[in-house]
Design a protein around this ligand. Structure first.
Ligand code: GFB
Length: 310
């Protein structure tokens, strides 16, 4: 990838896409092609075809997707499967037709079976049943992985499929109904701290374990993969460490300054008991996450307080 290459970042306003733009700009890539979803609806095949035909990008980062936390996945299963299938079908096919040199597709750790051995190795894909709460999303992302592999095999494309673990950072979704756990905890604890509440209620039992990667680390890994990785199959991106949700809650509460009681609403789902990535392949290639969880949460809390909470 040259500094003058035309690079399309799909989904540039989201958590991952905005981190990619920061990372690419800092590394001196200035010929970025960006479209909001209003300007270009990636679910619309003819619009995507016209865009690729006119713009002819050299490289594509596909960070546009319908994403959300455990309740969003349960509430909008049709949107999660349809939108993601449509976006990736259209962008991957147009990238092949219009000769994109390399594309990076982003999946998710939820593609792996619910009861797979931990840590999750790339080879565990399709070895068992999925976690039901996000099965439609996972099926769409698995289809994306298989699209990359099939196009690489049949057409000789260079489509890289990167599977990040749970992500967080600036420009995340802080809506309490649809967000992932980390932004929800930041918002709930911040609000309780500011308004002087005695307790905060979180979802589930607090016992599931999750791994968290800062979006700036993911963006750095994506750039690394785009430059140095040409493997045909998927590759995990994570930190290789996890913690219980109740430990995460204590960490966020401490950073925010909330010292009241934490209650658990067990009528809300826990989701999969554990999903920690095996990141040995990526580490062996020479990439490692740099942002520690505490530092990453601290800077995200600061961003939330400055940009959203006011
Ligand atoms: O991040 P999250 O919504 O999704 O929830 P998943 C992680 C854990 O945090 C679950 C608990 O055990 C939740 O019950 N949790 C506790 C909360 N309090 C809260 C809260 O206030 N809000 C939220 N959202 N969770 C998603 C998948 O799974 O992970 C997606 O649904 C995707 O498909 C994404 O894979 C990375 O980690 O369970």
């Amino acid at each position: 990838m040259k500094k003058a290459s035309k690079i399309y970042v799909a989904g540039h306003r989201g958590l991952v896409g905005s981190a990619l733009v920061r990372c690419l700009t800092a590394a001196g890539y200035e010929n970025l092609l960006l479209r909001t979803s209003k300007e270009l609806d990636l679910r619309n095949q003819s619009a995507v075809e016209a865009f690729f035909s006119n713009e002819k990008p050299d490289f594509v980062f596909l960070a546009a997707a319908r994403v959300g936390g455990i309740m969003a996945n349960k509430t909008y299963p049709a949107d999660f499967i349809y939108d993601n299938l449509a976006i990736q079908n259209n962008v991957l096919h147009a990238s092949y037709v219009h000769g994109v040199q390399q594309l990076l597709f982003l999946g998710s750790s939820c593609i792996y079976p619910k009861m797979a051995a931990q840590p999750l190795r790339e080879s565990y894909l399709l070895s068992g049943p999925l976690e039901p709460s996000n099965e439609p999303y996972a099926v769409a992302k698995i289809a994306g992985v298989k699209l990359c592999e099939a196009y690489n095999k049949q057409y000789g494309t260079r489509f890289v499929a990167a599977m990040p673990t749970n992500l967080y950072g600036p420009n995340d979704n802080f809506d309490l109904q649809t967000s992932h756990v980390l932004p929800a905890l930041i918002r709930k604890f911040h609000q309780a701290y500011k308004e002087g509440h005695d307790s905060v209620t979180l979802w589930g039992t607090g016992t599931p374990r999750r791994e968290f990667l800062h979006c700036d680390d993911l963006a750095d890994a994506c750039l690394f993969l785009m430059r140095d990785f040409h493997g045909e199959h998927l590759i995990n991106v994570g930190v290789g460490k996890d913690l219980e949700i109740r430990e995460l809650a204590a960490l966020v509460a401490g950073i925010v300054g909330f010292d009241g009681e934490i209650k658990w609403d067990t009528s809300k789902p826990d989701g999969t008991p554990r999903k920690i990535m095996d990141v040995s392949r990526l580490n062996e290639l020479g990439w490692q996450a740099k942002i520690g969880l505490e530092d990453g949460i601290r800077s995200t809390v600061n961003w939330y307080r400055e940009q959203i909470a006011g």
